[in-house]
Write a protein that binds this ligand. Sequence first.
Ligand SMILES: Cc1ncc(COP(=O)(O)O)c(C=O)c1O
Length: 365
Amino acid sequence: MIPGPSEPEPEVLAELSLPILPHYGDKWMAVYQDTTAMAQKVFRTKNEVIILPTPGHLAVEMAVENLVDKGQDVFVCVNGFFSETIVGMANAVGAHPVIISSGLGTGPTLEQVKSAVEARGDPAGKSIFLVQNETSTGAATDPADIFRYAKSKGMLTALDSISAIGAMDVRVDDWKVDYAIGYSSKALGGVFGAQPIAIGEEAWRSAKGKEGKIGSTFLDLNAWREAIDVDSSWGHPHPTSMPTSVVVALRKALSMAIGEGLENRYRRHADAAKELREGLAALGLELFTDSHFYSNAVTVAKLEGKLNAEFRARLVKDYDIMIAGGLGELKGKIIRVGTMGSSARHEKVMTALTSFGAVLKQLRA
Ligand SMILES: Cc1ncc(COP(=O)(O)O)c(C=O)c1O
């Protein structure tokens, strides 16, 4: 019950036992295209999707490399550990991060974004980064108004949907997201190592304008463009090798999500998270996250001091259930529980809550 990686469904795991495909050729091309087409459905976009064989961190860094210029303002909505890392990435490319800070457990508002953007002069061509579901605090933000506003000002929009995708709606076209980052091994229920990224026309154009100036060859979207345009002819639409089995597993996970029905899947996650929140409150734990920002995928409760580590350790030892602790300044202060993919189910939540109750009883005795 950690907030990623999640336990893949047996059908997804079974794909890993199939013979390993080479990462080029007609057979592979069909698998790759099938996977990106299904990812487009989940992202609700017509934008091109690439599969990036990296951790999520590098997928976010790719956005920074291609959307942000040295010396340029970049607006970063910061509300926790993962959004904070984007500030470091912006500094690493010599940009000027403008932090739009909302408290831990909440998310950015349109008013906060407007006032930060308007204070810095003409925003056209500048980027804004937002984490849809801040995994470190369980705060889910609706990016719709913020991104529509940003686009109306000629800005570029980048969305980290790493812990949202598969658990809640990601509407790339509707929200006008230029660069959207998905993830295999959280709520989508795939296996770590191949992340679907939806890239719009303006993001491709931004990369083109920076050709020769991007400080990484692997993260340079122009290399990916060239591979798609030139090397697709021999079934190699990416500039490096690929973890093909991981992509085959992702294809299965995506087809299962689509087969379940995206709305049904999001409702299942919402129901599981609600049940978990209610159960934690009934056990006397105070929820950390502001109720306006509750997430379908990550539930966070306060648990301070020695009790924190002890609680998590006993859950593993006595019940074989793993949950996560806090990150950064929330270390030792909170617990984080994932409802992602296979764990977003009544049975799983009830088993977890029963175990939580038993351990808390022992610890409080
Ligand atoms: C919202 C968010 N962004 C970025 C990351 C970084 O992903 P990775 O650990 O694969 O680099 C994570 C990881 O949990 C995350 O939850």
